[in-house]
Design a protein around this ligand. Structure first.
Ligand SMILES: Cc1cc2nc3c(=O)[nH]c(=O)nc-3n(C[C@H](O)[C@H](O)[C@H](O)COP(=O)(O)OP(=O)(O)OC[C@H]3O[C@@H](n4cnc5c(N)ncnc54)[C@H](O)[C@@H]3O)c2cc1C
Length: 182
C-alpha cells in the first residue's frame, strides 16, 4: 500500500521467511577406536635402514582403513605420535607402520620387539583418491619416509589395474622412488 508521502520506487514486498540453511551432511559417528588406544600386538619387526623400522601389528579385531590414513601409536609413559599405515589395505589382520627414529617416541617404537604391545587409535585422515585416476595414467612420486604413506595407494592401484605397471627407482642414496602405473 502506498501513501502520498511515498517517495516512489518499487512496492514494498511482504516480509519473507528467512531462507532455510542448506542441509548439513550428517556428522560421522565417533568410533570407539578413535578415543581409546586399543592394545595391538607386535607380530614382526623389519629393519628397513639404519633409522627406519617397519612394525607388523596385529589388531584385536580386523581393522579397516583407506590408503593415506594414519593411526596414533601410543607407548605408556613415553608418548603418542601419528604414523601412517604402510601396508596393503586388504590385509586387515596385519597392519604395517613404517617409522623413522627421530625422537623419543619413534625411538621407543623402533625398539619394540615381537610379542610386545603398542596402543593404537585410528584410523584418522582422508584417503588418496586412487579410484579417481581410473582410466588415466598414475604417477606416484615419493622420497624417504614420505614413501610409506603411499604404499597402500600403490597396493590399491595394483589391485585395480592388473596390467600395470612400469617401475623406475632412483639409485641407492638417491632422492626417492618413482612408480608408474598404466
Ligand atoms: C599425519 C602424519 C603421519 C605421519 N606418518 C609418519 C610415518 O608413517 N612414519 C614416520 O616415521 N613418521 C610419521 N609422521 C611423523 C611423526 O609423527 C613425527 O616424526 C613425530 O613427531 C616423532 O615423534 P618423536 O617424539 O619421536 O620426536 P619429536 O620429539 O616429535 O621430534 C624430535 C626431533 O625430530 C624432528 N623431526 C620430527 N619429525 C621428523 C621427521 N619426520 N624427519 C626429520 N626430523 C623430524 C623434530 O623437529 C625434532 O627436532 C607422521 C606425522 C603426521 C602428522
Amino acid at each position: 500500500m502506498r501513501t502520498t508521502a511515498d517517495p516512489g520506487g518499487p512496492e514494498p514486498r511482504a516480509a519473507q521467511p528467512a531462507p532455510r540453511p542448506a542441509a548439513q551432511p550428517a556428522a560421522r559417528a565417533v568410533q570407539a577406536s578413535w578415543i581409546e588406544p586399543a592394545p595391538w600386538q607386535v607380530a614382526a619387526v623389519r629393519r628397513e635402514s639404519g633409522d627406519v623400522v617397519t612394525l607388523d601389528l596385529t589388531p584385536p579385531e580386523p581393522f579397516e582403513f583407506l590408503p593415506g590414513q594414519f593411526n596414533m601409536l601410543y607407548l605408556a609413559g613415553i608418548g603418542e605420535v601419528p604414523i601412517s599405515i604402510s601396508g596393503d589395505p586388504r590385509a586387515n589382520t596385519e597392519v604395517l607402520h613404517t617409522i623413522r627414529d627421530v625422537g623419543p617416541v619413534t625411538k621407543a617404537l623402533c625398539a619394540l620387539r615381537p610379542g610386545q604391545q603398542v596402543g593404537v587409535r585410528g584410523p584418522y585422515g582422508t584417503s588418496w583418491p586412487v579410484a579417481a585416476a581410473a582410466g588415466g595414467d598414475l604417477v606416484i612420486i615419493a622420497g624417504g619416509i614420505g614413501l610409506p604413506p603411499l604404499r597402500p595407494a600403490l597396493y590399491q592401484a595394483l589391485t585395480t589395474r592388473p596390467t600395470c605397471c612400469s617401475l623406475s627407482s632412483s639409485p641407492p642414496g638417491g632422492a626417492g622412488s618413482t612408480w608408474m602405473c598404466r
